[in-house]
Design a binder for this molecule. Structure first.
Ligand SMILES: NC(=O)c1ccc[n+]([C@@H]2O[C@H](COP(=O)([O-])OP(=O)(O)OC[C@H]3O[C@@H](n4cnc5c(N)ncnc54)[C@H](OP(=O)(O)O)[C@@H]3O)[C@@H](O)[C@H]2O)c1
Length: 304
């Protein structure tokens, strides 16, 4: 999702000589292959949008995979970029690097000041190592390696597989399928009370380009909208947009995750960037993308 949004943005802006690979073409867990690719293509700028990504279920079911694959991918990219003298490197992390009970909104300074949310600590620890690796490169080699920490993202190319998806695409699919099945009830995880922030992936792509074009004197920046809403309100919004007219049932036996996760985006705002896509418009566009690309769900009756 993120990689293709940045690619679209670069193309829109007229950049050429873009280099990108799928995991089948280049397995970033393989250090030798990664170094060979850097030697062959000699990139000037590297944006690391590759990761093993997933929601609460995937993270807690595959802790070793989430920890180790993310470490491998980012270590190989950061090290190859350093070896090959890449001029700019952007590491994309996630807001889950911050402590579970960090003061809200969460500032960059709260990193490593408290315990992590246990359901995704494996992923978070790998991402913290990536932030620290880029910071270490800056300190030791004075290179322009930066880390951007986006809040929850959504948009075209999101993952709608219910076993690995994040909350917003999962809701879009559940409400849509429940509507097709005669407005059956939609079951959602937790109490609905946690507060969450959502950023359209095209806004993130815009922020990445903005940061690349500034000479940052900071190694870590949050990227978000600066506003959040309760998951219950998000559910009502997705229900309205998808046109589902049945009840919503909350499964309180399932974990809620962190009670609130709103990023302090003041540093990036001071530099002159802010998000521009309103949540309702972004969800409408994402639902339209889902309908266009997930034809199978329109035809098949799936029990929810
Ligand atoms: N989604 C969010 O809500 C969110 C929020 C905050 C931060 N982020 C960050 O944004 C970045 C991208 O996330 P995303 O949502 O775009 O995830 P995504 O859609 O799952 O994309 C992940 C990408 O990583 C690639 N990849 C995974 N393992 C690889 C490997 N071994 N070798 C080569 N490529 C590999 C995948 O390639 P293939 O598809 O070819 O396998 C895919 O293109 C991640 O760093 C993530 O932490 C995401």
């Amino acid at each position: 999702m993120v990689g293709s949004a940045i690619w679209r943005k670069l193309e829109q802006l007229g950049y050429s000589q873009l280099i990108g690979f799928s995991s089948k073409e280049l397995d970033l867990r393989n250090q030798a292959e990664v170094l060979a690719a850097f030697q062959k293509y000699q990139p000037e700028v590297v944006i690391d949008a590759a990761a093993r990504v997933g929601g609460i279920l995937a993270n807690s079911s595959y802790p070793y995979t989430f920890l180790m694959e993310n470490l491998q991918i980012q270590n190989n990219l950061i090290h190859a970029a350093l070896e090959m003298n890449v001029s700019q490197f952007v590491f994309l992390g996630s807001s889950c690097i911050y402590p579970k009970f960090a003061a809200q909104p969460i500032s960059e300074d709260s990193l490593l000041t408290g315990a992590l949310e246990p359901t995704n600590e494996w992923y978070a620890i790998a991402k913290i190592a990536g932030v620290k690796a880029c910071e270490a490169v800056r300190k030791q080699y004075a290179k322009n390696f930066i880390s951007l920490m986006p809040t929850n993202l959504y948009g075209p190319n999101d993952n709608f597989d219910l076993t690995t998806s994040h909350v917003l695409p999962a809701m879009i699919r559940k409400f849509h399928e429940a509507k097709l099945n005669g407005n059956k009830p939609v079951q959602l995880w937790g109490t609905g009370s946690p507060m969450r922030e959502f950023l359209h992936v095209d806004d993130l792509a815009d922020a990445v380009l903005f940061c690349l074009n500034k000479n940052m004197d900071t190694h870590l920046l949050n990227v978000g909208t600066g506003t959040d809403l309760p998951i219950k309100e998000l559910a009502l919004l997705v229900q309205k947009i998808t046109g589902h007219e049945g009840p919503i049932e909350w499964d309180e036996s399932k974990p809620d995750g962190t009670p609130r996760k709103l990023l302090d985006v003041s540093k990036l705002a001071e530099l002159g960037w802010k998000a521009s896509i309103p949540l309702e418009q972004g969800i409408q566009e994402t639902y339209a993308w889902f309908l266009e690309h997930q034809q199978v769900y329109k035809q098949v009756k799936i029990s929810v």
